[in-house]
Design a protein around this ligand. Structure first.
Ligand SMILES: Cc1ncc(COP(=O)(O)O)c(C=O)c1O
Length: 394
């Protein structure tokens, strides 16, 4: 086995890690220790939406580092970076989403959302969708769809039920016994599955009728990835609980569970400390995230993002080796004939200058999710190289 990590006393998650030795990262580029550069077409899996080393985010981190780092577990002291981040996030969200719980990762925010739904409704039945990915902790894995990844870790959470994504049969499963339905607004790891607006709207209505909470996981699809601040804006619906992570932190680790204050109060009493975290809301992370939201809202031009996305779509679709391209904004799945072709494209990229990646639950597709700041010239460069990869297929 290639043991690049184990040999260095690090846990290794696959038998074949990329093993790039990173020396620096800037904009859309990652540089290895020999000075070779690779275009990061996946934004570190949906994180570096603003590009690597965004100067305002870096400056905010430096300023905060000069003031204070950790001072207390979450929920005791009032820390200005947390307040600022909540303020900036609330400003761009629907009015009922007015209370943020900042944690350390996407999975942890999913855990918080599921716990909150149980407390608010007094119910235990949780619905999720086949093909979903919500994280790798026990609770988040319980509501994820990929049986291959789950089997070895059972027993998982009880009373979790799976429905088909974007299928009307799902509506029947939502009843007055249901605590919540948890959905990725656009399924990411299932290969960028974009639901019909009518389906999501019908789910929203059924949730309201039955007192079921609608939780949207926008850990990957949020923060501008789809060409709007949040993916739900494309579908004319709003969630009861929104879960964020990844790009929200501007490159630092974060998760957020956002809900209405009247719901979030459930964590305050009976029992008090209903959800707690030492490092959640860390001042350095919140300072970076707050700066990131300012850049997203003031400097990212969504019209340009959509233009660049349309260009990628057109160029990729044009190659005869590509079976299908699915995207919303710069959130892309490119279907090839089979897993081997995907492997070839990813390997070609590594050898020739771009980073593409697999999906967990869609083996014949590869993902790209370029930074939102990718220019048309950079997009052209990447598409030319991807065409060379497709041309080189047997
Ligand atoms: C949609 C979605 N939800 C949850 C997660 C889990 O987030 P994290 O890896 O930060 O725990 C991910 C991570 O890829 C994700 O894409």
């Amino acid at each position: 086995m290639n043991s690049a990590f184990f040999d260095r006393n690090l846990a290794q998650t696959t038998p074949f890690p990329f093993g790039i030795k990173v020396s620096k990262a800037e904009g859309v580029w990652i540089y290895d220790d020999h000075g070779n550069r690779l275009m990061d077409l996946i934004s570190g899996v949906g994180v570096s939406n603003l590009g690597h080393g965004q100067p305002k985010v870096i400056q905010a981190i430096k300023n905060q580092a000069d003031s204070y780092l950790h001072v207390m577990v979450y929920g005791e002291y009032l820390q200005a970076p947390q307040t600022l981040l909540a303020e900036r996030l609330i400003e761009i969200l629907p009015s009922q989403l007015d209370c943020c719980y900042f944690v350390n990762s996407g999975a942890e925010a999913i855990e918080a959302a599921l716990k909150l739904a149980k407390r608010v409704t007094g119910r235990t039945r949780i619905i999720s969708a086949r093909g979903a990915y919500h994280g790798s902790t026990h609770g988040a894995m319980s509501v994820s769809g990929n049986e291959l990844k789950k089997r070895a870790f059972r027993p998982l959470l009880p009373d979790v039920h799976f429905v088909a994504f974007n299928d009307h049969s799902a509506l029947e499963s939502i009843t007055k016994e249901t605590a919540c339905i948890l959905l990725e607004t656009i399924q990411g790891d299932a290969g960028i599955r974009i639901p019909d607006a009518k389906w999501l709207q019908a789910i929203r209505t059924k949730c309201t009728e039955t007192g079921t909470l609608l939780i949207l996981d926008e850990i990957q699809a949020g923060m501008g990835r789809t060409g709007k601040n949040f993916a739900f804006e494309h579908f004319g619906i709003e969630p009861d609980i929104l879960v964020l992570g990844k790009a929200l932190g501007g490159g630092l680790p974060i998760g957020a569970c956002v809900a209405n204050k009247s719901h979030m109060e459930q964590f305050t009493t009976n029992p008090m400390l209903g959800h707690i975290t030492t490092f959640g809301g860390h001042p350095l992370v919140c300072a970076a995230a707050a700066a990131g939201i300012e850049v997203l809202t003031k400097e990212v031009d969504f019209e340009e993002v959509v233009k660049v996305a349309d260009y990628f779509r057109e160029r990729l679709t044009a190659h005869p080796k590509v079976k299908e391209v699915r995207n919303k904004g710069l959130f892309f799945a490119i279907d090839m004939d089979n897993e081997e072709e995907v492997q070839h494209v990813v390997n070609f990229g590594l050898a020739n200058g771009f980073i593409g990646f697999w999906f967990l639950s869609c083996p014949a597709s590869f993902r790209i999710a370029p930074p939102l700041v990718t220019t048309m010239e950079e997009a052209e460069w990447a598409c030319n190289l991807m065409h060379q990869a497709f041309d080189a297929l047997p």
